[in-house]
Design a protein around this ligand. Structure first.
Ligand code: COI
Length: 356
């Protein structure tokens, strides 16, 4: 159990009005905790949100020893605040820690920190339909040192941001660019980890896609450039000839998304067959050619369920489901958001109240 010191912000900001967008507004407080080899994780505190001071030689600036998580707090119709499968995000955070040689955090302590910060900021959990409080825990390496090795000191920070839809278009289908030139990661790399560096590596392809009018990139595997990995900020699902297929995690180059996993579990619960397996871009092209590519959609905490209306691959523009959300994506969206916002019963026990 952490002993969390709380220093209240004496100059709280006005709460936002109007469209929230994604990740542009931050609340009045943040959680901080330090790590040193001698003391382990220590000095847990909630303090006014603001700048942090770091030595310019801090290792995070040079070798990107950084990792993060993304989760949300939801307000129910009764005004209660709940988290969605926080244990899964914390488990993934600790797996990422392991991959990046960062000391892990006791899962109970991490959950306590998240709940405590959200409780302090409860008035920041928005009430409008489709909105939530995005939770961004992250860890940075702070040793002032230019040698390449794991840091001995770290800072764990949690910040909060009231958010609406990740994409401007909301639930409207997005256009995705199939990237054949750049890759996001390779087998044996850090693709399975939620490392900031993975996202830095994705920017060049992402920028290229955006310039061409596409929302995000569909990454192919880094070795054969043949198999589908994931989309920039989401895992990806395909419905081909009535079967739901998503790339499997066995090669370690796909982020094990909590929404991805939840979708698979919801589909199984509904008796809809779902396959986790290698899926080549050629199979997708072929299915489209034969009129069997029924649906494509992305899944993620930020993006929730995001239908894909167009895949653009090497001059080949594939329009999917008439550029409309399909029945599988709609069902998953309704089920997941229904559970998250407490509108429907949660048969899985996935929601966790912040007040407990
Ligand atoms: C999330 O879905 O929470 C993510 O972390 C994706 C992020 C890159 C926006």
């Amino acid at each position: 159990m952490l002993n969390i010191r709380i220093e209240k912000n004496t100059a709280p900001k006005a709460k936002p009005t109007g469209k929230l967008g994604f990740g542009k507004i931050f609340t009045d407080h943040m959680f901080l905790m330090n790590y040193s080899t001698e003391k382990g994780w220590h000095d847990a505190r909630i303090v006014p949100y603001g700048d942090i001071s770091l030595d310019p030689s801090a290792m995070v600036f040079h070798y990107a020893q950084e990792l993060f998580e993304g989760m949300k707090a939801y307000r129910t119709a009764e005004g209660k605040i709940q988290l969605f499968r926080p244990d899964k995000n914390i488990e993934r955070m600790n797996n990422t820690c392991d991959r990046l040689c960062v000391p892990q955090i006791n899962p109970d302590d991490a959950l306590q920190a998240i709940k405590a910060l959200v409780a302090v900021e409860k008035d920041w959990v928005p009430t409008e339909d489709g909105t939530s409080l995005y939770i961004r825990p992250f860890i940075i390496a702070t040793d002032p040192m230019l040698g390449v090795h794991p840091s001995h000191t770290y800072l764990f920070i949690i910040i909060l941001s009231p958010v609406g839809a990740y994409y401007e278009a909301g639930l409207k289908p997005v256009k995705i660019y199939v990237e054949r030139e750049y890759v996001r990661c390779v087998k044996g790399g850090t693709g399975l980890a939620k490392a900031g560096g993975n996202y830095a590596a994705s920017l060049k392809g992402q920028e290229k896609a955006e310039k061409m009018g596409y929302a995000q990139v569909l990454w192919l595997d880094g070795i054969e450039r043949k198999y589908i990995d994931e989309v920039g900020a989401m895992n990806v699902f395909f419905v081909i000839d009535g079967k739901v297929i998503t790339p499997d995690l066995t090669d370690g180059n796909i982020l094990p998304g909590v929404t991805r996993r939840s979708c698979i579990e919801v589909l199984k619960h509904l008796g809809i067959p779902v396959e986790e397996r290698k899926l080549s871009i050629d199979e997708v092209i072929e299915a489209h050619k034969n009129g069997k590519l029924n649906e494509v959609f992305g899944t993620g905490t930020a993006a929730v369920i995001s239908p894909v209306g167009e895949l653009f691959d090497d001059g080949n523009k594939m329009i999917i489901n008439n550029n409309e959300i399909g029945p599988v994506a709609q069902k998953l969206y309704d089920t997941l958001t229904g559970i998250q916002w407490g509108k429907i019963e949660d048969p899985f026990g996935w929601t966790v109240s912040v007040e407990d």
